[in-house]
Design a protein around this ligand. Structure first.
Ligand code: HEC
Length: 119
């Protein structure tokens, strides 16, 4: 029994704790991590490093030069076809707005997260 418990604990450590530590600097807490991963990770990658569906959000030029409020507005409105910044790539359609699916508080938290990744 003791051995089983130890194995379970080691499993927990490796499976849960270590990855959490690796991400520790990236997400201020688990709530924001889930908010990001569930809504944005599909296109921007679970760690925001980009995918075939969306650009990396780390050291992102648009985020760097935008105030948190401007990023929040992008997240609410989305990016319309005519404001697409990556016409040469396959990111299509650009990005829907989240004004109807996320609360203003959630949008604000995500905008702050974006700023922390691109300073
Ligand atoms: C369906 C795919 C998809 C999802 C889901 C998605 N995005 Fe995007 N996002 C994109 C694409 C594609 C672009 C680039 C659009 C362009 O300018 O061509 C983009 C652009 C952005 C930008 C502007 C940076 C830039 O370089 O254009 C930010 C900030 C951003 N997304 C944040 C988010 C956040 C936060 C979420 C979750 C709430 C999210 N995105 C969800 C596809 C997505």
């Amino acid at each position: 029994m003791y051995r089983l418990l130890c194995a379970a604990f080691a499993g927990l450590l490796v499976g849960g704790f270590l990855p959490a530590v690796a991400d520790a600097g990236m997400f201020p807490n688990n709530e924001i991590k889930f908010l990001y991963v569930n809504n944005c990770g599909e296109c921007h990658g679970a760690k925001g490093r980009g995918s075939e569906e969306g650009p990396s959000l780390h050291d992102n030029e648009l985020v760097k030069k935008s105030a948190t409020g401007e990023i929040a507005k992008i997240l609410v409105d989305g990016i319309p076809e005519e404001k697409k910044r990556y016409p040469e790539t396959e990111f299509a359609p650009p990005m829907d707005g989240y004004g109807e699916n996320l609360s203003p508080e959630e949008i604000q938290k995500l905008a702050e997260l974006m700023k922390s990744w691109s300073q």
